[in-house]
Design a protein around this ligand. Structure first.
Ligand code: FES
Length: 571
């Protein structure tokens, strides 16, 4: 016999509490037959006007709702904390875990049998997956889709990536402020999230590669009618998933994460995916590590010629065949039997995909870039590891030794980076401290900071940069990120001084600070921790309990699951 649905513990009774549960719901015009034991589907919505990438989600939710009704389910939309990358200070990453807690507790406390997760802007995707994973109900992800390609005076421009270019062009005088205003209007010309292979597009691809979304979820533009169809189909499908008891833990297996890591390499995905997948894996109970990222991504070529590593944008990617075409191309590397949300295996989903444009999605035998994965470097400067994205870096700098120029924090960097008196040349290694999870606080995307103006004016566009920060998925450069432990946690990065020699060797996965152990021990004795950022509220809880980058930056007490056990009544 089938076990009764979770929601019947609210609606399927005849006692006083059940009257309370149903009666107040009826004030929304819900007929009594909706409480007849059909699956109750939560539509978890991150709509917000201050999250512009998700500002079309009220309409998208309607399509999900239609799908749930088509399939005989009972849809109930609910809001959760939204995280808008472009406005929130000091950084959305400070709040990813807070949003995940909101999602987890909202799902567990309410009468849901399954949930549809509406996600778009960078942190909304991992936050919803993390929170839902800790409940482990049937769940399906629907991404909001990328904006249409940016168009500026006959050229295609990509969100984020163009911002970094403009910043440099303004520094060198190549662009006038008046032109800048025109560029910003041309860059964001439709609903949707960043249309480069930045973090949002990467995470939408991860949803599809993990099997948590329907095929083609990653790339359909936000305003393409097929995005609405996908939302409706997801609404239909979640009802079936509830009947099949297809919970997240049946999809999010180690093999699914390994597939996702390989896909991240093949698409030249964001370094931020490293942190987010580690955190999601931690919630569902899969023991994923940084070493898995290096091992599985090491030999995976980057097939997709998209900004920031290449030239095309997500709209082109979708028309070329999107993620199914990429997954078919790398099929021999994938765990083909991994189960997905539509009940089919990942290989069943992609085996008939067609690549319609080999300029955008290159063949595996003739890849766009030979190395697509994330390189994990270790050494005395990063005992727990740090990451670099080879496909976005300069090949000549992948083995490099240089004199450190140290900035103690972001304010120090902003004050001195463009000082004509800064003693810097192109061979130096720029080091930025105190921008990690605890240090900033919140682990911001400042690791791809612009080069000193005097270097840019010489026509030099890249230098080795090392920090404990993240970088935007839309950024590029030879940028070593996520150095762990971070400076604020007393990691060796805190001990670097200007003039020290630093060496990176990406091929050998090494990062070395050429300072003796005895001298480092002396410096450690003199090191003092930063004063606390706050003595109350979320920031205090976060700073007291956040894990380092190599552990996914979740809060230590949130790792794992509490399931979806129904709590006691409130009346
Ligand atoms: Fe939202 Fe880029 S700012 S996805």
């Amino acid at each position: 016999m089938k076990k009764p649905l979770r929601s019947t513990q609210w609606f399927g009774r005849t006692d006083r509490d059940a009257i309370t549960h149903r009666s107040w719901m009826k004030n929304q015009g819900i007929p009594h037959d909706q409480f007849d034991g059909r699956p109750v589907i939560g539509i978890c919505n991150t709509w917000s006007q201050v999250t512009p990438c998700n500002a079309h989600f009220r309409e998208l939710a309607q399509h999900v709702r239609d799908g749930v009704l088509d399939a005989g389910g009972f849809p109930l939309e609910f809001p959760v904390m939204s995280l808008g990358e472009t406005l929130m200070r000091p950084t959305t990453m400070l709040f990813r875990n807070q949003a995940a807690m909101d999602v987890e507790e909202s799902i567990r406390a309410n009468p849901f049998d399954g949930v549809v997760l509406l996600m778009g802007c960078d942190k909304t995707t991992p936050a919803l997956l993390m929170g839902a994973a800790s409940c482990d109900l049937p769940a399906i992800g629907v991404s909001g889709g990328p904006m249409l390609n940016g168009k500026y005076r006959g050229t295609e421009i990509g969100s984020g990536t163009m911002v970094w270019k403009i910043t440099e062009m303004l520094k060198t005088g190549e662009m006038k402020p008046a032109d800048m205003l025109e560029v910003e209007s041309c860059m964001s010309r439709s609903a949707g999230h960043c249309m480069t292979m930045g973090t949002a597009s990467t995470m939408a691809s991860m949803v599809e590669a993990l099997g948590m979304g329907l095929p083609t979820n990653a790339a359909i533009p936000a305003v393409d009618s097929r995005r609405r169809v996908l939302a409706r189909m997801a609404g239909r499908r979640i009802v079936e998933m509830v009947h099949e008891d297809l919970r997240m833990s049946k999809i999010l297996t180690r093999k699914a994460f390994e597939n996702a890591i390989m896909v991240n390499g093949a698409i030249g995905g964001s370094t931020n995916a490293v942190v987010h997948l580690l955190a999601i894996a931690g919630r569902i109970g899969v023991d994923l590590t940084l070493d898995d990222w290096d091992r599985l991504g090491r030999n995976m070529p980057c097939l997709v010629d998209l900004q920031p590593s290449g030239k095309y944008l997500m709209e082109d990617f979708y028309y070329a065949g999107g993620l199914p075409a990429v997954m078919k191309e790398i099929g021999k590397h994938l765990h083909k039997k991994a189960l997905t949300a539509n009940g089919r295996t990942i290989w069943d989903n992609v085996k008939d995909a067609v690549n319609y444009n080999e300029d955008v999605i290159t063949p595996l035998g003739k890849p766009f870039k030979p190395q697509g994965g994330i390189a994990v470097l270790k050494g005395n400067l990063a005992p727990s590891g740090c990451v670099l994205k080879p496909s976005a870096a300069t090949p000549a700098l992948m083995k490099h030794k240089g004199r450190a120029i140290v900035f103690e924090d972001i304010d120090d960097l902003n004050a001195r980076i463009d000082d004509p008196k800064l003693d810097v040349d192109a061979d130096c290694v720029l080091v930025l401290k105190n921008c990690g999870p605890k240090g900033y606080p919140g682990f911001p995307e400042v690791g791809n900071f612009a080069l000193p103006a005097k270097i840019l004016k010489k026509g030099i566009t890249d230098m080795v940069r090392i920090s404990d920060a993240r970088m935007s998925g839309t950024a590029y450069g030879t940028v070593v990120l996520h150095t762990a432990p971070e400076a604020a946690a007393g990691g060796p990065l805190a001990l670097v001084r200007s003039g020290d020699l630093i060496e990176i060797d990406v091929e050998k996965r090494k990062i070395q600070l050429h300072v003796s152990d005895a001298e480092l021990a002396r410096r450690k004795l003199a090191w003092k921790p930063l004063p606390p950022h706050s003595d109350r509220g979320w920031v205090k809880l976060y700073c007291d309990t956040v894990l380092q980058a190599d552990r996914g930056v979740d809060l230590d007490f949130l790792v794992g699951q509490s399931g979806a056990k129904v709590g006691r009544e409130s009346h």
